[in-house]
Design a protein around this ligand. Structure first.
Ligand SMILES: [Zn+2]
Length: 110
């Protein structure tokens, strides 16, 4: 299970994109999703997540403080935007179509 820090209130939560049990918010839109992805154990160790949480609780913007994190967040936001782009998904389906079938149930039984 992914350990994450809420980008809104700094609380520890499970999963980068889940609803926070503390403040009840969840990331919407590419920018918030990108930041939320960075504040997970995929990018930061537990100490880093804890520190980020403390900064957020103190009202600091960890992404302004750490340009490297901002850069990662931008990259994640781009990935998210591509993933939500139908054309990009179609291209993905073409490069690796095994198992990524659309459930268009139009195959006759024989
Ligand atoms: Zn929160």
């Amino acid at each position: 299970m992914t350990i994450a820090t809420c980008i809104f209130c700094g609380a520890k939560k499970h999963g980068g994109l889940t609803t926070c049990g503390e403040c009840g918010k969840h990331p919407t839109g590419a920018i918030q999703v990108g930041k939320s992805m960075v504040l997970t154990d995929h990018f930061l160790d537990l100490d880093g997540l804890k520190l980020a949480g403390e900064d957020i609780r103190a009202g600091l913007d960890v992404f302004t403080l750490e340009p490297a994190l901002q850069q990662l967040a931008d990259e994640q936001a781009r990935v998210f935007e591509q993933m939500s782009d139908p054309e990009f998904r179609r291209n993905l389906a073409h490069t690796d179509c095994q198992g990524v079938q659309d459930d268009s149930g139009d195959d006759g039984s024989h």
